[in-house]
Design a protein around this ligand. Structure first.
Ligand code: ZN
Ligand code: ZN
Length: 258
């Protein structure tokens, strides 16, 4: 069985067909998915969707790229995270790719998430793009190692992965690792210790080969697993078992067999 550690079921592409998403997960042997929050406005729907099925989970947080939206506060995030279906804080982090400096507000927003995660003792879902040094620096300054979590949709170097793992974080790979031009990332994916590895779709975006360019969904996560297993020269079942166990351990979830 596989687990999709990061997807966006509340985005309009998927929100209208949750029953279909769940049915196709079952056929693809994807036993669970983490529905990730990107704005506080979106959170009620993220949670409602997660609460509608035993094998869906939610996070609470405001994406670094979300602008013109309600700014999160530590106590607000902590309160929303009290719901038993909320297993993580995020997605949060830094993204210098789409937005330009001054981005002190983005770093401050990231700090708020780390403080909330420490307060409620839940792991962090960290998004980082074109900002690896600052991301690691803020994580160190705010003591993110006390809660750990995941570096999601990882596209940075092996050296960055190593530093994140030193802070107790695991590394999650998306469909990008199946892309032909992702040679360096593929080498990194092959080098991550098995107990620190997660797989995700980040759907509805970034569909893995052979669905590249089309709408993505949790049922496609086995393609990510198969590619990483091939890169590591191991059986896909071994990769599936490890990443599934890692998911439940990292997010402190009691596995539901349904
Ligand atoms: Zn992200
Ligand atoms: Zn995401």
């Amino acid at each position: 069985m596989f687990v999709d550690s990061h997807c966006h079921l509340s985005f309009p592409e998927l929100a209208g067909d949750i029953a279909g998403v769940l049915a196709r997960m079952k056929v693809a042997r994807v036993e669970a998915a983490l529905n990730v929050c990107t704005t506080l406005d979106e959170f009620p729907q993220v949670l409602t969707t997660a609460a509608s099925a035993p094998n869906l989970y939610a996070s609470v947080g405001v994406h670094p790229d979300s602008t013109g939206t309600q700014e999160p506060a530590v106590d607000g995030l902590t309160r929303l995270a009290e719901h038993p279906k909320v297993v993580a804080i995020g997605e949060t982090g830094l993204d210098y790719y789409r937005l330009q400096e001054p981005l002190e507000w983005q770093r401050e927003r990231f700090r708020v998430h780390i403080r909330a995660a420490r307060d409620c003792r839940k792991p962090l879902i960290v998004h980082t793009r074109s900002a690896a040094d600052d991301t690691l620096r803020v994580m160190r300054e705010e003591g993110a190692d006390r809660v750990g979590g995941v570096m999601h949709c990882f596209t940075e170097t092996a050296a960055v992965a190593r530093q994140a793992m030193d802070l107790g974080f695991s590394i999650s790979f998306s469909g990008i690792v199946t892309f032909k031009n992702a040679r360096e990332l593929q080498a990194t994916a092959a080098s991550i210790p098995l107990d620190r590895l997660l797989i995700e779709t980040d759907s509805p975006y970034l569909a893995p080969v052979p669905h590249r360019g089309r709408q993505n969904e949790p049922a496609f996560v086995p393609h990510v697993a198969r590619k990483i297993a091939e890169l590591r020269g191991v059986d896909v079942e071994e990769l599936a078992l490890a990443t599934t166990n890692n998911f439940y351990r990292i997010f402190n979830i009691l596995r539901v067999v349904y």
